[in-house]
Design a protein around this ligand. Structure first.
Ligand SMILES: Nc1ncnc2c1ncn2[C@@H]1O[C@H](COP(=O)(O)OP(=O)(O)OP(=O)(O)O)[C@@H](O)[C@H]1O
Ligand SMILES: [Mg+2]
Length: 381
């Protein structure tokens, strides 16, 4: 095709060339708008690791591929019900604010039957999003689960019944190093009643200070969700999560343009890094050598020192790594005390196991209260 275009470089061929160029440019533009694996996913099915996963769309939404039945259709039905235009149910209407906005379903022309849920990206508005996924409830399996499934879920975290929640994953932006510290599923599963408070506090520590301002806002937001649960008797949620997001950058207040620029950069960055550019310590070290960024070595050392348990990895932030370090370092002394509501999000996600009922969801309520208890403890320390 390219050759043919060259053949028509002059004269009458110009038209053909322009057509080809236009076609090529529009295909390139289309490709540039193709969804990419979600760069800031902290838990669940991930593209590259599993067959299905979550994608990041150029328009600021995320695309969650429908899981095989009954889970996928169950989740889709739930979103449709809550966001139905003619919905009059006051409980469902009140629930909308606690969920990512639902924008219908999405699919590609070549695979029209492969459906995705198009959802608001809860982390989309943040410059340096710190994200944690916490499964809520005393049971990770629904009433229809097989004995095998029940046993498998209990084995994963036998303390679930007693604690009522489980940290599935997190990533925290550390200001001094300009890197994200990540913890995956094994981190949460390794936490006991004795270590849970410290394990949870990790999410609020930016390497410099504990973000108590964020904890206070999160406590208020959990209370709102608890209030919703205490007022409804129509739905039970199993293996559903709360997604916590807060702004890890301390100087967002007067740099709005920069934030907008960074938001676009994040999509492009994800696009180029493509698949969760999650580096092992050794890979990170070698890439840091090239970038000559000694602070990352310090960050690794710091993570090892602070977290004696669980698995951890560091997320490389691509090209921005050195710049970030200096940007944030200059502001480390800035106050983070005046945390703002808009810099924190708490949303319910993952509704593959939601069932109608005629009683209150005591398992979920137990989990919320337990989480509140631990958060209050962290605040009081
Ligand atoms: N609306 C969203 N905005 C931002 N990030 C999201 C959103 N939904 C999901 N994520 C990210 O993707 C991860 C997994 O999401 P989710 O729990 O919905 O999928 P899953 O566990 O793979 O699904 P399932 O349990 O249905 O198989 C979350 O931990 C979060 O990092
Ligand atoms: Mg999940």
């Amino acid at each position: 095709m390219k050759l043919r275009v060259r053949e028509h470089d002059y004269g009458a061929g110009d038209e053909v060339r322009h057509e080809h160029e236009a076609g090529w440019k529009s295909r390139r533009a289309e490709r540039a708008r193709d969804p990419v694996p979600l760069s800031h996913q902290v838990a669940g099915h991930k593209y590259g690791i599993h067959k299905v996963g979550i994608l990041q769309n150029f328009d600021g939404t995320v695309l969650k591929q429908l899981q095989p039945p009954p889970r996928g259709p169950c989740e889709m039905h739930f979103y449709k019900q809550v966001f139905a235009q003619d919905c009059k149910d006051p409980h469902l209407l009140a629930l909308q604010q606690h969920l990512p906005k639902y924008h219908g379903t999405w699919s590609t022309p070549d695979k029209p039957n492969e459906l995705y849920l198009k959802l608001e990206d809860v982390a989309g508005k943040f410059v340096r999003p710190c994200i944690m996924d916490v499964k809520i409830g005393r049971k990770s399996y629904d009433p229809f689960a097989s004995q095998e499934k029940r046993e498998e879920q209990i084995r994963k975290y036998p303390l679930m019944e007693e604690i009522g929640f489980l940290i599935l994953g997190m990533r925290v932006y550390h200001i001094a190093s300009g890197a994200y510290i990540s913890h995956e599923q094994f981190y949460g599963r390794s936490l006991t009643k004795e270590t849970l408070k410290t394990g949870l506090a990790t999410f609020f520590h930016n390497g410099e200070e504990l973000r108590k301002d964020v904890i206070s806002i999160i406590i208020n937001k959990i209370h709102d969700i608890l209030h919703w649960f205490e007022g409804q008797k129509q739905l039970h949620f199993y293996a559903s999560s709360l997604l916590f997001v807060y702004e890890g950058s301390l100087h967002t207040a007067n740099t709005k343009n920069k934030i907008e620029a960074l938001k676009g950069q994040r999509y492009r960055q994800a696009e180029s890094e493509n698949n969760n550019a999650q580096l092992t310590n050794s890979k990170l070290k070698s890439s840091c050598k090239q970038a000559n960024c000694i602070s990352i070595h310090n960050a690794i050392h710091h993570v090892k020192k602070v977290n004696g348990f669980g698995s951890h990895s560091l997320h490389h932030q691509g090209k921005g790594i050195t710049t970030d370090m200096f940007e944030e370092k200059n502001t480390v002394s800035e106050s983070s005390k005046g945390g703002k509501e808009e810099n924190v999000e708490v949303r319910m996600i993952d509704f593959a196991h939601v069932f109608p009922s005629d009683s209150s969801d005591d398992g979920y309520i137990y989990g919320l209260r337990s989480l509140l208890f631990f958060l209050e403890q962290i605040l009081q320390d």
